[in-house]
Design a protein around this ligand. Structure first.
Ligand code: DAH
Length: 315
């Protein structure tokens, strides 16, 4: 019998001691009762101490001198999992890579030029107000959409066009908006931007790529439709809706708005040194949190940034 088991047995035996109280003369009962209570507390304390020691012994010793990558103890799976949005981001990246898109990572601090001018929002354009941008005292902008990367993507991959190839880039990243937070609005969330340029790009090709993306992501065939939209950086601009996936309770009637998209405005191509008379492009941008909320049937976007373990452990 282990020491802990012995103590537990002793604890059980105290039961008969308690039973004795009734048989004692009333004036002795109090002192006797106190004595066994004290004994009980002592035994319980000893058990707790031994159990703690046992637990400590069973914990794997960490070799703090081992290189991080080789240290089994620190491997993520053992003591945690990836954040649900990281998991979705990785899925989104792998789908677009599979469709032949290069992946770029956006900046988390940007400037007026990439946020607005390069996207055909001249100074004073009323649509600037729709983006609820934060600004640092120095005038830097934490990007309010991943479209801030369009200009950089076009410039970086312009050489593809010179070599007779297309530009195909997906840019998933974190964005920030200074708006009132509620179940469907967060100050920090994730978007994925897509940019495609060739000599012959069409809206039809764009819808084909997007339909394929959503079908792979939700693992089923889907209906899509568009409705008119407005973005200064695309012309025409539309919003893309998907029919609620059947596996998520869709009955062929509910439409969900997933992203904004359109043909890249000639001024945006020109600004990156691409001749809009020769090349056409399409672009899109949509929320990743929204994709995941639908997939996991979450009704509050704030869970993602809350750091609540009960929520995170579900993934
Ligand atoms: N940046 C837009 C937003 O956050 C979404 C968007 C619309 C991106 C149209 C695009 C686009 O690339 O072509 O509201």
């Amino acid at each position: 019998m282990s020491k802990i088991e012995e103590l537990k047995q002793e604890l059980k035996n105290l039961g008969s001691e308690y039973a004795k109280i009734k048989t004692l003369p009333p004036e002795e009962r109090k002192a006797f009762g106190e004595k066994i209570n004290k004994k009980k507390q002592d035994i319980l304390a000893q058990i707790t101490k031994l159990e703690e020691e046992e637990e400590l012994e069973s914990v794997e010793k960490i070799d703090l001198t081992a290189p991080f990558a080789e240290n089994e103890t620190f491997k993520a799976k053992k003591y945690g999992t990836k954040h649900p949005l990281t998991q979705e981001l990785e899925k989104v990246i792998s789908i677009y890579s599979g469709l032949g898109f290069d992946i770029l990572e956006p900046f988390q601090l940007d400037d007026e030029f990439h946020m607005f001018e390069s996207l055909n929002f001249p100074a004073g354009h009323p649509a600037r107000d729709g983006y609820d941008t934060f600004r640092t005292a120095e005038g830097f902008i934490p990007p309010a959409h991943t479209s801030t990367m369009q200009h950089r993507a076009l410039k970086k991959y312009k050489k593809n066009l010179d070599e007779g190839k297309n530009i195909a880039v997906a840019i998933p990243g974190r964005v920030f908006r200074n708006e009132d937070v509620d179940a469907t609005h967060e100050h920090t969330f994730y978007q994925c931007e897509g940019v495609f340029v060739s000599k012959t790009a069409t809206m039809g090709e764009m819808l084909g790529v997007l339909k394929q993306f959503f079908e792979i992501y939700y693992g089923q065939s889907l209906n899509i439709k568009t409705q008119p939209g407005y973005f200064p950086f695309t012309e025409p601009s539309v919003e893309l809706l998907i029919e609620k996936p059947k596996s998520l309770g869709g009955k062929g009637d509910g439409w969900l708005e997933m992203l904004g998209c359109g043909m890249i405005h000639p001024n945006v191509l020109k600004c990156a040194g691409i001749d809009p008379e020769v090349y056409k492009g399409f672009a899109w941008g949509g929320g990743i949190d929204r994709l995941a909320m639908l997939k996991y049937q979450l009704n509050d976007i704030r869970y993602f940034e809350s750091g609540k373990l009960e929520f995170l452990k579900e993934f």
